[in-house]
Ligand binder design. Structure first.
Ligand SMILES: [Zn+2]
Length: 51
């Protein structure tokens, strides 16, 4: 992981509708989908990182 503060590209699942998206995950816990609006189409904006 090193000292990088850049976002990690990973997979995340919407906590509401369980749709899976490619997301960016920051060390501080922030997540954001890649290539889509910041919210899931279902209206949720929280994603759980898939390990
Ligand atoms: Zn959703």
């Amino acid at each position: 992981m090193g000292d990088s503060t850049e976002a990690e590209r990973t997979l995340g699942v919407c906590v509401h509708c369980e749709s899976v998206y490619a997301i960016r995950s920051w060390p501080n816990g922030k997540t954001r989908p890649i290539g889509t609006p910041r919210n899931c189409p279902c209206g949720e904006c929280e994603f759980r990182v898939l390990e």
